[in-house]
Design a protein around this ligand. Structure first.
Ligand code: GLA
Length: 383
């Protein structure tokens, strides 16, 4: 039994202990790491995420009445709401993600039955690994299967995103939900966020002698939410100034000649970052790891200097990993804290981990958490 199966078994046991009957099933959806293309998804651009091998699990059973209840094994708070009362603003905190997913699926309009939902997660919350999309995608898949709905996974990803944008009020793009729904073992997903078409890109496998190392800085800056929304608005403003539908349609020349100040910096990051997704995919396909390292470095500099979403702790982790032998390293996700992702020789993982821990200790920072990960498959029914 692997970790996920063991956790699913424990979740089912807890469900039965707390609710007096077994769940109808347990579903899981993974967190994600993005390899390239930060803040490009809501600009209709390209991204290159992969699904993590850690997931959020939900045990679900229909009820005889119209009550929707949810509780978590990891966090306090219980929510209970009649299906007919489900609307934006009706629930806050983490249950808003769970019930928001049902709302986005049209649960109230379809007069679907009440549900009991119990949640647990291997994806650390607030680390920029998209624990929120893991949760909404797990609930969306579970509810769709229980209701006998058969929408495709992209439709489910879009519903999971609406749970965040419309119910929780976080103006996120579609990358995380698409990664959680469409992730493939040992592959990243080259996703076009305008057409929502994607293709798998092979990543170095277990026999390559290479490893993917996540370092969670365990920093979550207070302005993360405000900073994300501010960047998004700035991108829309820049697109308007340039007279294009989205920054995806802008050229670097137009950005450099038409825009000034903050708008120029913001747009330059997006336009060059979209191009870096293309070049990173080419580098991966040709096993050009030196080239990949340069593209990662350019992305990190762009996020630090132009888009300004890195922070000293992320920069420190990236620099330390590179000094310790990483071939490519950058921050990943929304920014203002969270995680870095690095590709490095498997043999260098212990040294790199020790080096990052020591660097953080020297500066009096909270000890970071480093772990190897392997690109995994998307949301699924576990049992
Ligand atoms: C968060 C959002 C995504 C994406 C990234 C930045 O993870 O949820 O939609 O915008 O930030 O690339």
């Amino acid at each position: 039994m692997n970790d996920r199966d063991a956790l699913a078994a424990r979740l089912a046991t807890e469900f039965r202990a707390r609710l007096g009957r077994p769940p109808a099933g347990v579903w899981a959806a993974p967190g994600r790491v993005n390899l390239m293309g930060e803040h490009t998804d809501y600009n209709d651009g390209l991204v290159l995420p992969f699904a993590l091998d850690s997931a959020t699990l939900v045990a679900v059973a229909p009820r005889d009445d119209d009550l929707l209840t949810c509780l978590s094994l990891d966090r306090p708070g219980v929510a209970a709401l009649r299906t007919g009362d489900l609307r934006p603003g009706a629930v806050t905190g983490w249950p808003a993600y769970v019930l928001g997913a049902l709302w986005a699926l049209g649960w109230p309009q379809a007069r679907q039955p009440g549900l009991d939902i119990v949640v647990t997660s291997q994806v650390p919350p607030g680390a920029g690994l998209s624990s929120s999309a893991a949760l909404t995608c797990a609930v969306t898949l579970a509810a769709a299967e229980l209701a006998g709905l058969e929408p495709d996974r992209t439709t489910l990803a879009a519903a999971a995103r609406r749970a965040e944008t419309d119910m929780v009020g976080a103006p996120v793009g579609i990358m995380d939900q698409m990664a959680a729904m469409h992730g493939q073992t040992d592959h990243a997903l080259l996703l076009d966020c305008r057409s929502l078409t994607f293709e798998p890109v092979p990543l170095p496998g277990q026999d390559s002698g290479l490893a993917l190392l996540v370092v969670d800085t365990r920093i979550s800056h207070a302005h993360a939410d405000g900073g994300y929304a501010q960047r998004r608005t700035a991108c829309e403003d820049a697109a308007r100034t340039l007279g294009v539908q989205a920054l995806r349609d802008a050229t670097l020349t137009a950005v450099e000649t038409t825009l000034v100040g903050e708008q120029r910096r913001i747009a330059r990051h997006v336009v060059t970052e979209i191009e870096r997704v293309r070049t990173a995919v080419t580098a991966l396909r040709h096993n050009d790891l030196t080239g990949l390292g340069e593209i990662f470095a350019a992305s990190q500099a762009s996020m630090r200097d132009d888009f300004r979403i890195s922070c000293p702790e992320l920069d420190l982790a990236v620099d330390t990993l590179l000094d310790a032998g990483a071939l490519a390293a950058r921050m990943t996700g929304g920014g203002f804290g969270g995680c870095t992702i690095a590709l490095l020789p498997d043999a260098a993982v212990p040294t790199a981990t020790t080096a990052v821990t020591a660097a953080f200790k020297t500066r009096g920072l909270t000890p970071p958490r480093a772990f190897k990960t392997r690109p995994s498959h998307g949301a699924t029914r576990v049992c």
